[in-house]
Design a protein around this ligand. Structure first.
Ligand code: COA
Length: 167
C-alpha cells in the first residue's frame, strides 16, 4: 500500500537519490533542510513497501500554492503515482489555505506538462532562459480558483480516476 507522510530529515538520504536521478539541476540536502523548516511548506513522501516511491512539495504564499518539486521513481512511472501524490499535496495545501496552484516547468518536460494539464493547470506565461544549466525556458502554469464549481468537478474526476492508486 502507498503510504503518504510528511517528509522529515530522516527521508533525505533516499530523497537525494531520487532527486539526482530525476533532475538535471538537483536540489542539495541543505536546500531540502531549509524547505522542511518552513511553516508554509508541505513536503510529502509516498512509500511503497517501505521504500521511497515518490515525493513532492508545495509552498504556500498567501493563497497561492507553488509546486516546488515532484518526482516519481523511474520504474514506477505511468501508474498514476504522480497524480495520486499531487492530489494528496493539493488536499493538504487546500487545508492550509490554498486557492490557486502554480508552478514553473521546463518547456521540454512533456510528462510533467501533461500531468499538470490533467489537473487544470494552464500555461499563462513563459520565463526566458530560466534554467541555468541549458538556458531552457520555463512555462508558468496556473490553475483557476480551486473553489470554483468547475474546478471542484475536475478535482472530483481526478479523485475518481487516481484516488485508489496504491491502495
Ligand atoms: C512528471 C512525473 C512526476 C509524472 O509521474 P508519473 O507517476 O509517471 O505520472 P502519472 O502516472 O501519475 O501520470 C498521470 C497522467 O500524466 C500524464 N503523463 C505522465 N507521464 C507522461 C508521459 N511520460 N508522457 C505523456 N503524458 C504523461 C498522462 O496524462 C498520465 O495519465 P495516463 O497515464 O492515464 O495517460 C514523472 O515523470 C517524474 O518524476 N519526472 C521527473 C521529475 C519531474 O520532471 N518532475 C516535475 C517537475 S515540475
Amino acid at each position: 500500500m502507498l503510504i503518504f507522510k510528511g517528509m522529515t530529515g530522516d527521508d533525505l538520504d533516499e530523497v537525494m537519490e531520487l532527486e539526482k536521478a530525476s533532475f538535471s539541476t538537483p536540489w542539495t540536502r541543505g536546500m531540502y533542510r531549509l524547505e522542511l523548516e518552513k511553516r508554509e511548506g508541505c513536503y510529502l513522501t509516498a512509500r511503497w513497501k517501505g521504500e521511497l516511491a515518490a515525493y513532492g512539495g508545495m509552498l504556500l504564499i498567501l493563497d497561492e500554492a507553488h509546486v516546488m518539486t515532484l518526482a516519481v521513481r523511474e520504474d514506477l512511472r505511468r501508474r498514476g503515482l504522480g497524480a495520486r501524490l499531487l492530489l494528496e499535496l493539493m488536499r493538504n495545501t487546500e487545508e492550509m489555505g490554498a486557492r490557486f496552484f502554480t508552478l514553473e516547468v521546463r518547456r521540454s518536460n512533456r510528462a510533467a506538462i501533461e500531468l499538470y494539464g490533467r489537473f487544470g493547470f494552464q500555461i499563462m506565461g513563459e520565463r526566458k532562459h530560466y534554467y541555468l544549466d541549458n538556458l531552457e525556458n520555463a512555462l508558468i502554469m496556473w490553475t483557476e480558483d480551486i473553489t470554483s464549481a468547475e474546478y471542484r468537478r475536475l478535482l472530483d474526476d481526478m479523485w475518481r480516476r487516481y484516488g485508489d492508486v496504491g491502495s
